[in-house]
Write a protein that binds this ligand. Structure first.
Ligand code: NAD
Ligand code: UGA
Length: 463
């Protein structure tokens, strides 16, 4: 029996990034009867997927990859051959915000998606199911159907939407035990048949009642709306953190009190220096753009305010640092603890730390960045800033020696476990801590001699 015939179906994923890699590793591990190939035009990324040094840091990912790599999971750069052989193609290429032309700064840049669609047409010799895994504007499937089915080979492509809801840092748990999987299709016979094929894949490990099916437009839109609602909660609590600082209320107590109401729920109510990550801002701006295109200006303004509030929170954080450090930070050494956009990832895309570092550098501070996983990305993000204003130091104790202030940017557990007495002794006095994630024991730090500035509550100052 040939390798190909051993398998029930051949699945291909185009795009071996944060979504494509982990998602396909989970499908391959749970569905040994399917052959899963992941391709990318980035050869270095594919090479890394074939080693034990995976191209992304994600807890538990290597273990899952190792279950099936070489058995029914393959990483390759041969995009064309993989398209030819596939029955089902997930497309998980990047869909960043457009930086040029109409809709620049808001609309989704669909060039990678469309190139992929055209390549699928070129390389295919048989009918295929094409699945939008990337996050896309509502009604993209209509354009894709048109491009794909305009072929003169008599091939039928059925386009489905199966957005991904995993969060970085918890991707493996999210994929293994998702709240739901969503599959959108056309409501005609071939759409529903294709939908069932994809349901069958997920049903290998996910209870049927958590596999939702819907029409393709609802599915596309639900992904944008889920991210918009999550980000809206963070902007809402961040706005309240500013009010708490003026009124001696404590935002953590407010979060706890409102979160006990099961209609509100307790998650995603941690005030922070701002949300980051590659998707929240891009997806909300895309939602804003779509609303504008349909003439829904008020709806657009409503969602845009979520992003504006996030910008305000980042700006406010630096303005506060400046004000309490006697209105000048020029020449002062400031250690940023964390640069990743959240803990347990090395990803720094849209990390609030990028804006904070830039604003501090603009004020002529000397910024020292420490992070257990993200220093390489940080150096790339701040490449234009030059070595005279920014340093990258892995060891937090070394990063902080001689510093005037520490600002917590990422909620890494290691920052909760440091010896802050040792840190205090090595710093310039008065020593300041700005806890942008509210993860430290503020009273203990104050007792050690620090001036402590948590988010959303009264500071603890010795002056
Ligand atoms: P990514 O940038 O990490 O990966 C995308 C990959 O696609 C890159 O490696 C790129 O080289 C590859 N690619 C681009 N064009 C290609 C082509 N023509 N042929 C082959 N490969 C090509 O992006 P990501 O974070 O994995 O996100 C992918 C999509 O998933 C986006 O739409 C994003 O909004 C969505 N999403 C991301 C997350 C997340 O946690 N990062 C979660 C849910 C949804
Ligand atoms: C988010 C969503 O949670 C996923 O469901 C979605 O699939 C994904 O975006 C996507 O489409 O890319 P992710 O960005 O990986 O996942 O991480 P989150 O846990 O959502 O955190 C996003 C940002 O919000 C981080 O900067 C985080 O620190 C911040 N955050 C989160 C807060 O500031 N407060 C909170 O209470 C929660």
């Amino acid at each position: 029996m040939s390798v190909t015939n051993k398998f029930k179906k051949q699945i291909l994923c185009i795009g071996a990034g944060y979504v494509g890699g982990p998602t396909m590793a989970m499908i391959a591990a749970k569905c040994p009867d399917y052959k899963v190939t992941v391709v990318d035009i980035n050869a270095a990324r594919i090479d890394a997927w074939n080693t034990d040094h995976l191209p992304i840091f994600e807890p538990g990912l290597l273990e899952v990859v190792k279950i099936s790599r070489g058995r029914n999971l393959f990483f390759s750069t041969d995009v064309d051959a993989a398209i030819r052989d596939a029955d089902i193609i997930f497309v998980s290429v990047n869909t960043p915000t457009k930086t040029f032309g109409e809709g620049a700064g808001r609309a989704a840049d669909l060039q990678y998606w469309e190139k992929t669609a055209r390549n699928i047409v070129k390389c295919s010799g048989s009918d295929k199911i094409i699945i939008e895994k990337s996050t896309l504007p509502v009604r993209t499937a209509a354009a894709m159907e048109r491009i794909l089915n305009a072929n003169d080979k008599g091939i039928h492509f059925e386009v489905l939407s199966n957005p991904e809801f995993l969060a970085e840092g918890t991707a493996i748990a999210d994929l293994e035990n998702p709240d739901r999987v969503l599959i959108g299709s056309q409501m005609n016979e071939s759409g529903l048949r294709a939908c069932q094929e994809v349901v069958d894949i997920y049903a290998h490990w996910i209870p049927r009642e958590r596999i939702l099916t819907s029409n393709v437009w609802s599915s596309e839109l639900s992904k944008l709306v889920a991210n918009a609602f999550l980000a809206q909660r963070i902007s809402s609590i961040n706005s309240i953190s500013a009010l708490c600082e003026k009124t001696e209320a404590d935002v953590k107590e407010v979060s706890r009190a409102i979160g006990k109401d099961c209609r509100i729920g307790s998650r995603f109510l941690n005030a922070s220096v701002g949300f980051g990550g590659s998707c929240f801002k891009k997806d909300i701006l895309n939602l804003v753009y779509i609303c504008e295109c349909y003439g829904l200006t008020d709806v657009a303004r409503y969602w845009e305010s979520v992003v504006l509030m996030n910008d305000y929170q980042k700006r406010r954080f630096v303005q506060n640092m400046l004000r309490v450090m006697f209105n000048t930070i020029a020449g002062k050494r400031i250690a940023l603890f964390g640069f990743a956009f959240k803990a347990d990832t090395g990803d720094t895309r849209e990390s609030p730390a990028i804006d904070i570092a830039r604003q501090l550098i603009e004020e002529r501070a000397h910024v020292v960045i420490s992070d257990p996983e993200a220093l390489e990305n940080a150096a790339h993000d701040l490449g234009e800033c030059g070595s005279s204003s920014v340093e990258y130091v892995g060891d937090p104790y070394k990063a902080v020696a001689g510093a005037h202030a520490i600002a917590i940017m990422t909620e890494w557990k290691l920052y909760m476990e440091l010896d802050y007495k040792k840190i205090f002794d090595s710093m310039e006095k008065p020593a300041f801590i700005f806890d942008g994630r509210n993860i430290l024991d503020h009273q203990k730090l104050y007792d050690l001699g620090f001036n402590v500035f948590p988010l959303g509550t009264t500071p603890l100052k010795h002056f």
